[in-house]
Write a protein that binds this ligand. Structure first.
Ligand code: SF4
Length: 316
């Protein structure tokens, strides 16, 4: 059990002087409940851009004049991306599509991609992120051997209507329940720095803790040109680190993953602080619409910090 919401709020409000101590406590909690291992994941986008939804942070929405061109990946490119991801030591490969939810064509592509990855002799765990699902689509993913599903709640329930108007927080929650009920691991996080108050940040951490996801990806807003949130300031590195430690103290056992925006918000030094302040998973390579750090930089940092990469056998 993690800290209650009132205590999470207090953590988010610690001053700069107390921040190193907060990070140290979060790091101790992470080591106690999750150990030293770091889970490494790669992601690939099979359908980029042209999404009908209006998530105000997202340059893949077809409703904003954002400079992301619609594109689709073919099976061979998917196999190649999975092979490259596995070669970094990663145990997770997440297939992502910019959609409200998958249609039959997309599900058929994902199925063919997974079969081709397996035929290539690649034993990496496969996750998907394909938006809002029906029960029968969840069953199809189970049949494909998908072991984890990413679907972010994005922000606190009270802030969600200021971020997305084309679907609701409750619709997202319903998909997460279906996924959990089918025995697929739940990956659910969000983006910080989208104009939420500190109280709403604590609310979000408590709501995620109530869901008890297997994994929580933490993103920090990278205000993309052309999106409704393009004017928002980049979150300060101090606030980002406070949030990392707080989310760890909300969810001692979860896989807390650095996802998008960390390079902009935290830089190299902050990446190290995050890994010593509660984070125990990273995405290697490029994110969906922005470039990430080179995998070798991240892997070298893990070696320097003496944090072993989680092996595939220990994730099964
Ligand atoms: S976050 Fe997902 S659902 Fe929302 S606009 Fe972007 S791709 Fe579409």
């Amino acid at each position: 059990m993690g800290l209650p919401e009132a205590d999470l709020l207090a953590c988010l409000q610690v001053d700069d002087e107390a921040l190193p101590e907060l990070l140290e406590i979060a790091h101790d909690v992470r080591r106690r409940w999750c150990g030293d291992e770091v889970e490494v994941e790669g992601i690939v986008s099979v359908k980029t851009g042209g999404c009908p939804e209006d998530c105000h942070f997202c340059s893949q929405s077809g409703l904003f004049p954002s400079p992301v061109r619609a594109a689709r990946l073919d099976i061979e490119q998917m196999v190649q991306a999975a092979r490259e991801t596995r070669s970094t030591g990663a145990t997770e490969f997440c297939i992502v599509a910019a959609v409200r939810g998958p249609d039959e064509k997309l599900l058929a592509e994902v199925r063919a991609g997974i079969e081709a990855i397996r035929a290539d002799g690649n034993d990496i765990n496969i996750a998907c992120s394909l938006g809002i699902l029906t029960a029968s689509q969840v069953a199809q993913l189970v049949g494909m051997g998908v072991h984890r599903y990413n679907h972010n709640l994005e922000t606190a329930k009270s802030h969600f209507p200021a971020v997305v108007t084309t679907h609701t927080w409750e619709e997202r929650w319903a998909t997460l329940r279906l996924v959990r009920g089918a025995g697929i691991e739940v990956c659910c996080g969000g983006i910080l720095g989208m104009g939420e108050t500190i109280e709403q940040r604590a609310e979000f951490a408590a709501q995620l803790a109530a869901l008890a996801p297997h994994e929580v990806p933490m993103n920090f807003l990278d205000p993309r040109p052309g999106t409704p949130f393009s004017h928002l300031p980049v979150m300060s590195s101090g606030d980002a680190l406070r949030a990392i430690a707080t989310f760890r103290l909300a969810m001692p056992r979860t896989i807390l993953r650095f996802a998008g925006g960390r390079e902009l918000t935290l830089g190299d030094l902050g990446t190290r602080d995050g890994l010593l302040g509660g984070i125990n998973a990273v995405i290697v390579g490029n994110y969906l619409t922005t470039l990430g750090r080179s995998p070798t930089e991240d892997l070298a940092l893990l070696e320097e910090l003496r944090m072993p990469i989680k092996a595939l056998s220990s994730t099964l």
